[in-house]
Design a protein around this ligand. Structure first.
Ligand SMILES: [Zn+2]
Length: 171
């Protein structure tokens, strides 16, 4: 943290300290922040690429029904109310449809690779991608997951089970 940042942090109340941290921190030109993708919400306000900071955003925590910034929360544009992302403690889930993907290479990077918590789905997505019942690599591959990946997952499980058994940790 540089002197200006420390000063700003001092000037805001404790509950607003998140404004000084990513992804809301406003970068100075001398930071040389490497912008890989830009995005905008439906009203087209480019403030939602947080290079402009936290202005014109609103927050909602469905658990506590709070609109204060507290984690985890949902982040929306305060003008058109487009959902922008879910913000967790160490991650964000960004709505990919807002990102301006200019090249095929960029598009390929945002292609879905798997589904998590597919058991709790609200609709079927028969796309042949791996579908984990819970978190990926730590649950079952279900529905139309690729058969070779299902086999591989079973093989890994059996391997883990054997290792545990050898260590006498099997239950
Ligand atoms: Zn908007």
């Amino acid at each position: 943290m540089d002197a200006a940042e420390a000063k700003f942090k001092e000037s805001v109340p404790e509950k607003d300290h998140w404004k000084t941290k990513a992804p809301y921190k406003v970068h100075d030109p001398q930071d040389h922040f490497d912008v890989k993708y830009e995005a905008s919400c439906h009203c087209g306000k480019d403030d939602i690429n947080f290079t402009h900071g936290h202005h014109d955003l609103e927050w909602y925590d469905p658990t506590s029904k709070s609109i204060e910034h507290q984690l985890p929360c949902k982040v929306r544009c305060s003008f058109c109310h487009s959902p922008i992302m879910d913000e967790g403690r160490n991650m964000i889930l960004l709505f990919p449809s807002l990102v301006h993907l200019k090249t095929d290479e960029a598009k390929a990077k945002f292609k879905p690779r798997l589904h998590m918590f597919y058991e709790q789905r609200v609709m079927d997505i028969p796309d042949g991608l791996p579908k984990w019942s819970g978190i990926n690599d730590d649950s079952d591959l279900i529905e139309d997951s690729p058969p070779e990946e299902v086999k591989e997952n079973e093989r890994k499980r059996e391997q883990k089970r054997k290792e545990k058994f050898a260590k006498g940790e099997n239950k």
